[in-house]
Design a protein around this ligand. Structure first.
Ligand code: IPE
Ligand code: IPE
Ligand code: MG
Length: 233
């Protein structure tokens, strides 16, 4: 069997529990988790993955204690300034999906700059979900459709899957072939609800900071043994 593998999505979970296991503060877990991102992004590219989408911060994560949110935002700033540079130098295009307006202005600017600088990179695409929530994404698309219908630029008969998809943050990106969630949790936590309709799911007990390229390669191998279905008979 030779299953197509274009797009891999990962819910990077378990930073907090990794820290607890090592009797370290949660923020150390987040820091360690951030380090793994660059390694896995490079490995995914080497393994032939064209699109990698990483769930880094959800709309629900804004409800975490302010102290933790602040620490995550300062880690993000550092990350945008420094760590992503390595991926940029690897000809990787970087994109962000999520509700940007909820992030502070300086972070929004850094994100826009990085997207601009890498827009012609073609070796692979890294899509980072930041302040992302799938229900909000779907509501935004529904509102946009209603607006277009109201303004007369779209007729109700022409509303189909393609039109709807063109209004999601992920427009122009193929749906994920594989979803991995680390840390043993088996739920989607508001991630890509529309886009994961026919994706193959893999769950591992490994906490994100311990996730390695060897484990990734192993999952991609297992994926090749799955019989894929796309809703057709
Ligand atoms: C994932 O790790 C990272 C973010 C959500 C920012 P968690 O912080 O959710 O770690 P656990 O689930 O508490 O172990
Ligand atoms: C999902 O993980 C979000 C990210 C990994 C960024 P959470 O740890 O926030 O999700 P729940 O709370 O376990 O559902
Ligand atoms: Mg978690």
């Amino acid at each position: 069997m030779n299953n197509a593998l274009e797009h891999l999505a990962i819910i990077m979970d378990g930073n907090g529990r990794w820290a607890l296991k090592h009797r370290l503060p949660r923020n150390v877990g987040h820091k360690k988790g951030a380090e793994v991102v660059v390694e896995i992004a490079k490995a995914a590219k080497e393994l032939g993955v064209k699109y990698l989408t990483l769930y880094a911060f959800s709309t629900e994560n804004w409800k975490r204690p302010q102290e933790e949110v602040d620490a995550l935002m300062s880690l993000l700033r550092q990350y945008l300034d420094r760590d992503l540079k390595e991926l940029e130098d690897n000809d990787i295009r970087i994109l962000f999906i999520g509700e940007r307006s909820m992030l502070s202005n300086d972070i929004q600017n850094k994100m826009a700059e990085l997207e601009k600088r890498t827009e012609n990179h073609r070796s692979a695409t890294l899509q980072i979900a930041l302040s992302y929530g799938s229900r909000l994404e779907i509501i935004r698309a529904a509102k946009q459709i209603a607006k277009n219908v109201q303004e007369g630029t779209l007729s109700i008969e022409n509303v189909d899957e393609k039109t709807f998809e063109s209004m999601l943050y992920t427009k122009n990106i193929p749906d994920p072939d594989i979803l991995i969630r680390t840390s043993g949790e088996k739920r989607l936590s508001n991630f890509l609800l529309w886009q994961l309709a026919y994706t193959e799911f893999f769950f591992t007990d490994t906490f994100w900071p311990d996730f390695t390229k060897e484990e990734l390669a192993d999952i991609l191998k297992q994926y090749q043994t799955r019989e894929r279905r796309y809703g057709k008979i």
